[in-house]
Design a binder for this molecule. Structure first.
Ligand SMILES: NC(=O)c1ccc[n+]([C@@H]2O[C@H](COP(=O)([O-])OP(=O)(O)OC[C@H]3O[C@@H](n4cnc5c(N)ncnc54)[C@H](O)[C@@H]3O)[C@@H](O)[C@H]2O)c1
Length: 371
């Protein structure tokens, strides 16, 4: 049984997210049934060289059955493919294939392929539609919804990008069977983030189901994905282009998380593990920097969050990076404003705020946290 969640964004076309086991086989039929794709012939599937050998055949067969003419491009797996060079190569290939404004781009892969393919689609001939077929847990629970696209520059991650909402998202949970354990934990970190920011109901549901999710129980996984999509769609609907301040809550755990990733060379630890560590730190920083809570409640919240993260297989991260390097990396973060450090701090479940925290407070708390 597939679940369908509609994402209704002001000023944008609504789109639906389908989540279910085995739904890849009906991708072509689903697309053909949509008014905007009724007449489309050309589809470009962008994937990577891990995912392509596993699932491209199924996607191509489904598209062909529905009368689409599909070409494909597989980029090397990994963050390095999120570059202007790779985007340029894909644009050239699209031009050489004579793809017009009436083509459709399908992103088959994790967040790297999704961000890259979304970026490519957003600019090719001033914009062609993109459909996401996320294949990692992270991309199902987070990156395939919300329309952020990006490539990296040598100067930093995600520095160039656009907002380009997908026309459809097809999350086939069967493809998660081949996902490596490290990528599973990565997705679990983002699920924990969503639960903490969303509601007591989501948080305690996840507490109960954490061991099952860590063990990849199919029912719990599908429900976790659906809850995250509902949560993210709700946030994005209030702040489509991240200008109203609401969407910033999705960055919970990311200020320190990104700094750890940058200092360990993007790859030593998964994104989700780094976000989990950032969440642990943010809960402790909230004790000094967030308003309206006494220390006792904050300690209880931090302990409950630690328990959740540990149950999801995300214990405290021994990253070995010292406070000075992490401080430098955080100052370079996109979220810093005028050189001042900004954090999304949660002082309880579903109670978050964006706070400028003085450097000396961050440095002191970081030293305590790393001790
Ligand atoms: N646009 C957004 O809103 C948003 C949100 C969060 C993260 N991101 C971006 O997402 C990226 C990370 O995405 P990710 O964690 O999915 O990493 P990823 O796309 O690099 O995938 C992780 C690894 O898993 C492999 N893989 C993917 N699906 C598989 C499957 N089903 N079976 C076996 N192997 C599979 C990939 O080839 C890759 O080696 C980052 O670039 C990040 O900036 C974007």
């Amino acid at each position: 049984m597939a679940t369908r969640i509609d994402v209704n964004l002001p000023g944008e076309c609504a789109y639906s997210v389908r989540i279910g086991a085995g739904i890849l086989a009906s991708l072509g039929r689903n697309l053909r049934g949509m008014d905007r794709f009724a007449q489309v012939r050309d589809v470009l599937v962008i994937t990577d060289d891990n995912v392509g050998p596993l699932y491209l055949g199924k996607v191509r067969a489904s598209l062909a059955d529905a009368g689409f003419k599909a070409a494909d491009i597989a980029v090397p797996a990994g963050e390095r493919s999120k570059s202007l060079d790779v985007a340029g190569e894909i644009w050239s290939a699209m031009a050489q294939m004579a793809l017009g404004r009436d083509c459709l781009v399908v992103a088959l892969g994790g967040g790297v392929v999704g961000d890259l393919a979304g970026f490519v689609a957003s600019a090719y001939m001033r914009g062609v539609p993109v459909v996401h077929v996320p294949t990692t847990l992270l991309s199902m629970v987070d990156s395939s919804v919300g329309g952020k696209t990006a490539v990296d520059l040598p100067e930093g991650k995600n520095l160039v990008g656009t907002f380009h909402q997908p026309s459809f998202v097809c999350a086939d949970t069967d493809v998660l069977d081949t996902l490596p354990e490290r990528e599973w934990r990565c997705g679990c970190g983002e699920i924990a983030k969503s639960a903490v920011i969303d509601s007591d109901e989501f948080f305690f549901w996840l507490m109960d189901g954490a061991a099952s999710l860590a063990a990849r129980d199919a029912g719990v996984t599908a429900e976790a994905i659906a809850r995250c999509v509902v949560f993210k769609a709700g946030v994005v609907a209030q702040d489509v282009t991240e200008t109203a301040g609401v969407r910033e809550c999705l960055n919970y755990g990311h200020t320190l998380g990104h700094a750890i990733e940058a200092c360990t060379g993007y790859g030593a630890f998964s994104h989700g593990e780094c976000v989990a560590e950032g969440m642990r730190f943010a809960a402790r920083l909230a004790a000094d920097a967030a308003s309206g809570m006494d220390d006792g409640s904050l300690d209880a919240f931090a302990a409950a969050q630690d328990e959740l993260l540990a149950a999801l297989g995300l214990p405290k991260l021994a990253h070995g990076v010292d406070a000075g390097r992490l401080m430098d990396a955080m100052r370079r973060d996109k979220k810093a404003r005028g050189g001042r450090l900004r954090f999304v701090l949660a002082n309880d479940v579903a109670r978050w705020e964006v706070v400028h925290v003085p450097d000396e407070v961050v440095a002191r708390k970081l030293k305590e946290h790393l001790a």
